[in-house]
Design a protein around this ligand. Sequence first.
Ligand code: TRP
Length: 327
Amino acid sequence: MENKRRILSGMRPTGKLHLGHYVGALENWVKLQDEFDSYHLIADLHVLTTNLDTSQIYQNTIDMVIDWLAVGLDPDKSPFFRQSQIKEHTELFLIFSMLVTKARLERNPTLKDQVRDLNIENIIYGHLGYPVLQSADILLYKGEAVPVGEDQVPHVEITREIARKFNKQYGKVFREPKPLLTNFSRLVGLDGNAKMSKSLNNTILLSDEPETVEKKLKKAKTDPQKLRRNDPGRPEVCLVFSYHKKFNPGEIEEIEAGCKSGALGCVDCKLKCSAKINEYLAPVLEIRKQYENNIPKVEEILHTGEATAKKVANTTMQQVRDAMKLG
Ligand code: TRP
């Protein structure tokens, strides 16, 4: 246990999670929890960078934690904790904010993407500092690796720079963490958008009932050239086929051939696909229900995780203060 390498993964609590979260992150986290000493951070303070309304954060956190549990993350192996409950995050954030320039943060491509996607006119100081808080998240736990998608790699790079700068200035406290990239990182949305995302309203939730999944898939976009059942289709441009690849690998050749020849119509293909997704989701829904009916248990899981995380954070912060001669 003690000799395992430490990883720190994190997610902002935006509510119920969808299949894109599963494919892009959670599936990987579940695998990694045996191999690594894993810590799972709920980045609730990061939510404020783009949304000042805090009224939903608590409920969104609970919903997210239930989804984590339902897909198989085990809090006994890997503590779950809220950033907001561990004051060391804010303290280290402040110190780190002295070790990075404004120009460096303005160059962050992830920030530029967000500014464009959300039509932000004036960037908030805290939003500019997003990767600085993330650096504090990672380095407080001395995470050696950070499982992330491509879009977060620039944040890990800033974390490495901050670690280097700190060590150079005050003495070696931190190791430079590495990004641990997920191989399959994106699930296309139901509307054909490259990304499944809540704001685009093109998701299948981990909490969707079988009828909902079926209904949503029925409306999913397919190859626009396949208008009638017997028209030959192009599986490589069809998002439903990409879902089959992920959730129905056993039948993939048959489906591909059927689509191409025209023997398999989109309606049947979608029904097969929703059945497979529902097969995957059945145990997830089952576990979800158990926790939905036992919220105190979910809260207890958080409190336990937070107690464990606090100890680590406290030790690191003491090392930081010692190195800086801040007593
Ligand atoms: N920025 C990450 C995201 O949006 C969330 C996050 C916050 C995170 N702190 C972290 C991820 C620390 C990894 C490590 O996905």
